[in-house]
Design a binder for this molecule. Sequence first.
Ligand code: NDP
Length: 340
Amino acid sequence: MKFNVVCRTLRLAASITIGIAAPGTGEAHGSRMTDARVLDGTKIANEIKAEVAAEVELLAGQGIRPGLAAVLVGNVPASQIYVRSKVKTCAELGLFSELITPPDTVTTEEMLELVASLNAREDIDGILIQLPLPPQVNAKLLLEAVNPAKDVDGFHPVNVGKVQSGQPALAPCTPAGMIQILKRSGLPIAGQNAVVIGRSDIVGKPIAMLLLQENATVTICHSKTHNLAGHARGADILVAAIGRAGFVTPDMVKPGATILDVGINRITEHEEFDKFFAGDVRREELFLLKGSTLIGDVHPAAYAVSGAYTPVPGGVGPLTIAMLMSNTVRAAKLRRGLPV
Ligand code: NDP
């Protein structure tokens, strides 16, 4: 079966990044307006991308050009935006990329055949299969068919195991990016109480494992956890990866804690907007203009209690693509036995 193969630089409209002005709700906790530090994910992602571009240039001197194959099945609009911006970033940083677009009628067998051909290609170092896949495709089987050495999403059980045992591996991009935010912001991890809310394979579990490797004392909370607020209040580093708008409220945050807000939730109702952002005039103007706004899993008032936090948008989100680029270069080096 032949798939559409597109190799090109895509020009997407630059997305607007809006910093959240955390409202000063500190009074409810007996303190003044917030001095919480905003952890600028866009800036950190740009630093990482610049380092990747420099590495790509060095590798070019050795005749190596790291290559990413991005597989986008069907016409899911959000997936199209994500994948195109990944392909565009490859072009910007000097990586080779190939966009492969099977139709949404594709079968598991056809996808397995495609993965086998990408596994065998010398010019491809990373294979990205954009999720979600159509229901007839066995996603688990497919992700396990990717050569672990090319698994730049870090979802293959071999990479999961290697991350767990501290061996050189390809770690999942979003959690790896979150560690970079902490390290590059000079925030301590070793010895800190880290509480992760959410236990998905993509975010919760891997970030817990990476924090543990950095010598944090880690607690993982989920929907069956008793006294979740009590656990959260003990956190020096609080990770919210739940998928529920404004779930973490000010009473759940230890004053001065670091908050990593992974959630991306879209709000479209004005009533809900007022619940979280009443008084934020700039955001309301944009909300009325666009008909929606994004909010994380942390209530904006809870940011005010923290010492530092990642905003939504512009916090954790930008790191995902930067780390995908970094993982592709890492995969290219590991596969050739070069030091990483
Ligand atoms: P999942 O839906 O896979 O997992 C959500 C987790 O939250 C589950 O472990 C679930 O617990 C837990 N949870 C749900 N409700 C509650 C509750 N009431 N109390 C306690 N725990 C609860 O989500 P993901 O991990 O994939 O994503 C989480 C968020 O992060 C989403 O908003 C997503 O859009 C965003 N995201 C952002 C990325 C980025 O910035 N680049 C990348 C990936 C995700 P249980 O296991 O018990 O059901």
